[in-house]
Design a protein around this ligand. Structure first.
Ligand code: ZN
Length: 460
């Protein structure tokens, strides 16, 4: 989700804030209406900070862009046309990249080059012109990412030409699309120069549609990502409620209120299907039709796993963002994660990172604050007295000299909350910072967790 916040401080001055999906401020522009943006305000921070900074200022228009995902059900001829458009976009992208690698030119100048390509390949006129133009934008967006990484001191290569299997999306920006709601099973998405494609609008789109991106998944399913800009409604006042969340392997989450959620062992069932499908794939002949078919089946199982995982994470993060006004989580070390090679571990890491991301953006729209704390030694530290107590991984209970006995993860959740509160937050009083005696919360089922920990590696 990208937030675009337009604030009108006084009639002659306005500013625009663009925030990333985590709520981090990407950039803000200050400009005088009727003129080109005159300066960039070098603010980096969080949407919450912007809101704080402009408290009392008349926020005439606060917009946000939300993306909705819909499954498309194209007919065979429609699918053919979609595939053709996708391939033509790839052709244009590669042609633009080739031109750019010969001589570095400005984005606007490269835009004119599309006309030249069209003259040479008149069949391109059968594709909506803005879809092709968007490829130029895409190319420069990629270049910006690369130079951003380079500035951070990372080793970057060059952009590569896109092969057939590598190009999956094309975009209708600003115009060329229309949603036609109907009272039958399928609604229609009209894409200019393609057709009216059936889809099911399973949720209402709020606001004005700005962009539609069409994506083909490896399994052969088609999706539309509809981005709509809407003005935010004032948030209802809620009781201040704080929570600390510990992310773990045995328990996916364990919070300072004593709730916990097991790691879903989704893979167990799907893994069997995946293995079977992959085995079948290996038996097929290379280049055969059956191989292509089987490849799609394998991709479908993979997508199913991703869907299941996302469903779990969405529901969990939504629950927290809705219930609490203040959430403390561990800051995850993303770079360290990629390096670890153990597969199940990688999946866990990815899920945690994904969970925190979802939590952040859902919190933004719910008016909840998410604070990330230093995760070092949260399991070792006693949340009651602060003493450090070395523990083995298998040791599931926290026992301190001060007499504080508690489930290991429960203790770290309390410690995480304590640290977040200690991070100098203004005007905030946590609901509960004192330690809870063991077994106070009904939702904690005390099981011999050490036993559970030993049985096999957890998979998600
Ligand atoms: Zn203690």
């Amino acid at each position: 989700m990208v937030w675009v916040i337009r604030t009108f401080i006084n009639p002659t001055f306005a500013s625009l804030f663009v925030l990333g999906h985590t709520g981090r401020l990407l950039y803000s522009l200050g400009y005088f209406p009727g003129r080109f943006p005159v300066f960039l305000v070098g603010v980096t921070g969080h949407w919450t900070c912007v809101r704080e900074a402009y408290r009392g200022v008349n926020l005439a228009k606060v917009c946000m862009i939300r993306t909705y995902k819909f499954r498309l059900y194209p007919t065979p001829p429609q699918e053919k046309k979609l595939l053709w458009t996708l391939d033509r976009c790839r052709f244009v992208y590669d042609a633009l990249l080739e031109r750019f690698s010969k001589k570095k030119i400005k984005q606007v100048d490269l835009q004119h080059f599309i006309l030249e390509i069209k003259r040479k390949h008149p069949e391109l006129c059968d594709a909506y012109s803005k879809v092709l133009q968007y490829e130029n934008y895409r190319l420069f967006a990629h270049l910006r990412v690369l130079s951003g990484l380079k500035r951070k001191g990372m080793k970057v290569g060059k952009l590569r030409f896109k092969g057939k299997a590598w190009f999956k999306t094309f975009t209708y920006n600003q115009s060329g699309f229309k949603i036609i709601p109907r009272n039958t099973r399928y609604d229609l998405l009209h894409l200019s120069k393609i057709d009216k494609i059936p889809f099911i609008m399973h949720r209402e789109i709020e606001g004005k549609i700005k962009q539609v991106t069409i994506k083909k998944h490896a399994s052969g399913r088609w999706f539309a990502f509809v981005a709509a800009e809407s003005t935010t409604k004032p948030l209802p006042a809620r009781d201040e409620k704080a929570v600390g969340i510990d992310l773990g392997i045995t328990n996916f989450v364990f919070d300072s209120d004593g709730h916990r959620e097991d790691s879903p062992k989704i893979l167990g069932k799907s893994l069997k299907r995946l293995r079977r499908a992959q085995k079948r794939l290996s038996r097929t002949k290379k280049g055969s039709r059956n191989r292509e078919k089987q490849k799609r089946r394998v991709a479908r199982v993979h997508e199913k796993i991703v869907d299941q995982r996302n469903d779990f994470l969405h529901k969990l993060s939504r629950g927290y963002a809705k219930t609490y006004t203040f959430i403390a989580v561990e800051a995850l070390n993303i770079h360290g994660m990629i390096r670890s090679s153990f597969n199940a571990r990688n999946i866990m890491d990815a899920s945690w990172a994904c969970f925190v991301r979802m939590l952040e953006y859902k919190a933004e729209s719910a008016g909840t604050r998410v604070i990330k704390v230093d995760p070092r030694g949260t399991t070792q530290t006693c949340s009651a007295c602060g003493r450090k107590e070395k523990k083995e991984l298998s040791q599931r209970t926290h026992e301190c000299e001060c007499g504080f006995v508690m489930d290991r993860d429960f203790n770290s959740a309390l410690e995480i909350l304590k640290r977040a509160v200690g991070q100098g937050l203004p005007e905030f009083t946590p609901v509960e910072t004192g330690p809870l005696p063991l077994g106070v919360s009904q939702s904690v089922k005390q099981e011999p967790s050490s036993k559970r920990f030993l049985t096999g590696s957890p998979v998600l």
